[in-house]
Design a protein around this ligand. Structure first.
Ligand code: GLU
Length: 380
């Protein structure tokens, strides 16, 4: 899906699904204790533009804690975990409302999605989060995502939205991740006043030297700030997603990138679908086998998903989200994929039409036994 990139720096137009991460400092004016609504309106206008050009846009927005702090008028200084969580509970409402209003000015519906680390890291929950976000995109609304700060506990939270955004991008097979922050890219040394630090235009690969630069670029923007961005870059680029770090300190920040503003691009050699399929084909141990009929084999080969109706036999003890082998009626391996049902339920619905699923299982599960995005056929 990602086109090969002929020129050194790609252009926003090259991408079809874009995740835009917005840092807290861009959205919240801590001194004035309020959300920077005017700026958000310019970003929403840019998102609407991309959306009109048939791009899928997903926002990952920070700011819940900072905003909650302002609303509650909490004193300066570090917050304890439960204070940060309670502040996020207050701030998230205001944050979501601001996004909903800003997007609705362009007739776009915002869908709030609050994720925890487990939602992106555990395959079963991952499938759930992914289908919800996919449905929002299919409905042409804009998912607005944040970490579920009020319930995420310290050991099992992202804590930073750079990595969360990278995982969302890879989970959704996005081809671009935009990190809008208060820096306009990666510098080869700390970009302090008077230093001759140079911003890199393109990082073709994240090498140890690049990581060392991130460690060095401490400023009021914080060391961790750039480090988590490089971590995000590693997650994104290994999964086939390009990343760009650009300044959000300007109005219309996405338009600015499209117009070629200074920023740093991190390129990926892969494309997201290929990278994901490689992962399914290569690194997952199959836990079971589905044998399917000839009609289903033909359907899969024309790019369709595997429906319960085409499954003749279910073997193995697998859970929802596990990898399974798919065999044709003669036993030949057709491919492998991530199954949307556990073995017991798969056995109950095999051979049945998707409309019967709810009746048989007592809940409305996925229409597909294996969605085509989760399926790799031999030779792919
Ligand atoms: N999830 C946090 C919030 O909304 C932000 C994390 C970050 O700054 O990266 O306040």
């Amino acid at each position: 899906m990602t086109k090969p990139l002929p020129q050194k720096t790609p252009s926003l137009k090259d991408f079809r699904r874009i995740v835009v991460k917005v840092g807290s400092s861009l959205l919240v004016d801590s001194a004035a204790g309020r959300l920077k609504r005017d700026w958000l309106d310019t970003l929403a206008a840019d998102i609407a533009r991309l959306h009109k050009d048939k791009r899928d846009v997903i926002a990952v927005s920070s700011g819940a804690i900072a905003l909650g702090r302002s609303v509650l008028k909490l004193p300066k200084g570090a917050l304890k975990l439960e204070e940060a969580q309670a502040a996020a509970a207050v701030g998230q409402i205001a944050l979501a409302r601001a996004w909903a209003e800003a997007l609705s000015a362009h007739k776009l519906a915002a869908g709030q999605v609050l994720l925890t680390l487990q939602d992106t890291e555990e395959r079963r929950r991952y499938l759930n989060a992914r289908s919800t976000i996919a449905k929002l995109l299919e409905w042409r609304s804009v998912p607005v995502i944040n970490e579920n700060d009020t319930v995420a506990t310290s050991e099992i939270r992202y804590g930073d939205n750079d990595r969360l955004a990278a995982r969302v991008a890879t989970m959704m097979s996005a081809d671009l991740l935009v990190l809008l922050s208060d820096v306009d890219g990666l510098y080869d040394k700390p970009p302090a006043k008077g230093s001759n630090a140079k911003r890199l235009d393109v990082v073709p690969r994240i090498t140890p030297q690049i990581e060392a630069m991130a460690g060095a670029s401490g400023s009021e923007l914080s060391r961790g700030g750039m480090l988590t961005k490089i971590e995000a870059g590693k997650i994104a680029t290994t999964a086939g997603t390009h990343m760009v770090i650009a300044s959000g300190r300007v109005a219309h920040p996405l338009k600015a990138i499209a117009d070629g503003t200074a920023c740093t691009w991190f390129l990926t050699p892969a494309n997201p679908v290929t990278a994901r399929k490689k992962w399914i084909a290569g690194s997952l141990e199959p836990r079971g086998t589905l044998t399917i009929d000839a009609g289903a084999v033909r359907a899969l080969r024309t790019g369709k998903s595997l429906l319960p109706a085409g499954v003749i036999r279910v073997d193995g003890a697998f859970g929802r989200g596990d990898a399974v082998l798919v065999r044709g009626p003669d036993g030949a391996e057709i491919g492998r994929g991530l199954i949307a049902y556990d073995a017991e339920d798969a056995e109950k619905i095999r051979g049945q039409s998707s409309a019967e699923i709810k009746l048989i299982l007592g809940y409305s599960g996925r229409t597909e036994m294996i969605h085509r995005d989760d399926l790799v056929l031999g030779g792919e």
